[in-house]
Design a protein around this ligand. Structure first.
Ligand code: KG4
Ligand code: ZN
Length: 355
């Protein structure tokens, strides 16, 4: 197979495939310009289980992959024969789900004789912002918060130098939202429901714990997060309230829980920027849509003289655009393609930008 690299200075036409969780995303990017972004989600099929069921997600990817590839090409007005490269999430994520995307990407790469880039899903959550706000400032810090991840990273070079500063030691932030929503009788996924109902509640009503923020924890887990103690505290509080025969003040509980989450996320993210001389903070992942998180982040960034970058919601959640965008940046920075025997890696380390 010839793997002719487009010239590093050109704006390559890249098709990106994402299938690490429950979204089948296929998008086409030219350089830093988004041409199409087709996404099919199996979220509704998981709703009755209150979380993503890997086998259901894999099956849904199989069914949606070809239609999404066709839609991405149609929406962009681009034929497969015009593409310069294929990019695909090769990790981290659900093993079976990743396999579907990587198999599709390899097939396209072989059939069309195009270079293949297996890329890191988490780094792609950062790389996507070039599509909205242009060139990434480096170094920068990024806070990635979704149903599957809560990571704090330092990006010194998006193509080759990304460091993990911290992550959750238990539940992901979105997972905590989903579990607390369930406790409060709200539908799945719970984040948007808590966000909405919290607007009617008092965030100071209940003093829920801020995980890993005590003196000792700030030494050992400076940039790590923990949400499972908070989730348990909410459960105990709700139980005690019901046991006493009182009606649960859902809006106050939601607002107080949310305040605890976003307080810790933004405090640690701004601290990471300060301590690593980063003047820019990016927030990505589904939880980045949270209104209180955005408020807190903006206020704390303004106070610290840090510029805040949050891609629009459609680019924050899992999609093919993030994959195509990172693939395109790798090509523009002269990175060689991945091997065709590229393997999936469900726990791909953050430091591995490209497999
Ligand atoms: O990135 P995403 O679509 O999928 C992955 O988890 O990879 O993120 C989904 C997560 C869910 O946990 C959902 O509850 C949460 O993002 N979420 C929110 C909001 N919108 C979505 N959490 C808090 N506030 C929101 N407005
Ligand atoms: Zn994600």
């Amino acid at each position: 197979m010839t793997t002719t690299l487009p010239s590093p200075s050109a704006a390559p036409l890249v098709l990106g495939i994402e299938s690490s969780c429950d979204e089948t995303g296929v998008a086409i990017v030219r350089g830093q310009e988004l041409l199409s972004n087709a996404v099919a989600s199996s979220v509704e099929e998981h709703a009755r289980f209150g979380g993503v069921i890997p086998e259901i997600a894999s099956r849904a990817h199989l069914e949606a992959m070809v239609p999404m590839i066709e839609k991405a090409c149609d929406d962009a007005g681009v034929g497969l024969g015009e593409l310069d490269a294929i990019a695909v999430t090769s990790g981290p994520g659900l093993a079976g789900a990743l396999l579907v995307g990587v198999a599709a990407a390899k097939s396209l790469s072989l059939a069309l004789d195009l270079p293949l880039y297996g890329i890191n899903h988490l780094v792609a959550h950062v790389g996507v912002d070039v599509l909205e706000h242009g060139e990434l400032p480096e170094p920068m810090c990024a806070l990635l918060v979704s149903g599957g991840h809560s990571n704090l990273l330092l990006v010194r070079d998006i193509s080759s130098d990304v460091i993990s500063l911290g992550q959750t030691v238990d539940d992901a932030a979105g997972e905590a939202y989903d579990k607390v929503a369930r406790l409060l009788g709200l539908p799945y996924p719970g984040g948007p429901h808590i966000d909405a109902i919290a607007k009617e509640g008092n965030p100071q009503a209940i003093a829920f714990p801020r995980g890993l923020t005590s003196g000792r924890d700030m030494q050992n887990h400076r940039y790590d997060f923990s949400f499972s103690g908070l989730k348990t505290a909410v459960a105990r509080w709700v139980e005690a309230c019901s046991a006493a025969g009182r009606e649960v003040p859902v809006a106050d509980v939601a607002a107080s829980f949310q305040d605890a989450v976003v307080d810790v996320l933004t405090r640690k993210a701004v601290l990471a920027c300060r301590e690593h001389d980063a003047k820019d903070l990016l927030i990505g992942g589904g939880v980045a849509a949270n209104s209180r998180l955005r408020e807190y982040a903006q206020r704390r960034c303004d106070e610290a003289g840090i510029r805040l970058r949050v891609p629009r919601p459609g680019l924050c959640t899992d999609n093919g655009a993030m994959v195509a965008a990172l693939g395109s940046q790798l090509i523009m920075r002269g990175r060689a393609p991945s091997a065709l025997d590229l393997a999936t890696d469900s726990s791909m380390p953050l430091e591995v930008v490209q497999a």
